[in-house]
Design a protein around this ligand. Sequence first.
Ligand code: UD1
Length: 444
Amino acid sequence: MLGTYLRNYLDMDKLVIRGGNPLLGTIRVSGAKNAALPAMAAAILTEEPVILENIPQVRDIETTRKLLAEMGAEVELGYGRAQHRTTICCRNLASPEASYELVKTMRASTLVLGPLVARCGRARVSLPGGCAIGARPVDLHIKGLERLGAVITQEHGFIEASAKRLRGAEIVFDKITVTGTEDLLMAAVLAEGESIMLNCAREPEVADLADLLNKMGAQVEGAGTSTIRVKGVSRLHGAKHRIIPDRIEAGTFIIAGALTGGDLNVAGCDPRHFMALLQKLEEAGVKTAHSADAVRVIGGPSRAADVVTEEYPGFPTDMQAQYMALATQANGTSIITENIFENRFMHAQELVRMGASIKIEGRRAVVRGRTPLSAAAVLASDLRASASLVLAALVAEGESIIDRVYHIDRGYEHIEEKLRGVGAQIRRIGEMLPKKVAAPVVRA
Ligand code: UD1
């Protein structure tokens, strides 16, 4: 009861941003949420503790903690600011299930399917259902597991999978899928015999997962390329692993620096992971300089540059919304084509409400710049859409209020504190009671 109350209370948080301040100084990037999620799921594969460092303090991590805890895992999340470490011990997995309540809030929950079947011989995972940015089916996860010998049924909204022991197989993905590749990789490491996976996702997060699995005693080769080879082993052991930096958070901050025309050092990132973005920014006239673990951005976009989202190493769909905010401030017309998800332009209408000129034509957004932005009350529809609204608000004239901040909290760690640290005027407000009864409480 209290939990539900608190959740509703947190869900009412809003961000209030006054635009116009150039961002100056150093902003630090956290660990990659999309690498941390599969790494946490990988802990299912062993009875021994897995220690993960550089875990971001974001809501999806907390959801994964709950997911694992419901199965009987012991999960310690280091919530002290300096720690960012989690220790997961899956000695007793009493119930290899993922409930609808959790899966519906985070589709990546499907990541537990492969490791559960591999370790426990069975799994019951809720089907995720629809999603704000598109259909996002899980058919490729299911097909791949069947190739590895699992028997799968779907009933009452759940996927039920069982296999005494999975068998190595050749799996060709019909379509490139990130969590699909990760899910099946985690299944294959404990299968009997060799697996070859073709047309795999090449994201750095897949390679990071393979690094962890190899530290746990797996034999994985080729992760980060489109062909992954796995020699199955009968058991895995505990390991310690540091999660890679979040390339999408880094990219979001780089665009924040470019948009506000400051001098921003985005530190603790790995620029090799977002070369497509850096190249696109250069094309748009944004001046950046990078070292091995930082990017300095000086000055905003001077001209429009078209973008097409693609699988890694192409331009990431997870940066499309943020790039759109930048495109509103470039001179000329930028055409942004979304190739990965069919409904990922929900931020466009909110940007239009702030003064942007954007037309959606199917999978293409035509952004005419440069238009001055003016502050507005806007609604975040998904994680990256909310980041794009924060970016627009940082350059809009006046005070914007971004509602449904829980989307941004899924994947950005303390975003308002980080941005405030480099000069942004941003604060969080939470409404404990309906507006008519009480004034908003500042939770900065
Ligand atoms: C991951 C990322 C997400 C990112 C996305 C694309 C995580 C936790 N999330 O999501 O941030 O936006 O990659 O880079 O890493 N598809 C199918 N059948 C399947 C699986 C996927 O048709 O079984 C389709 C999807 O509908 C989509 C495309 O494949 O059109 C790519 O999706 P996928 O790579 O699976 O995205 P996620 O792994 O869910």
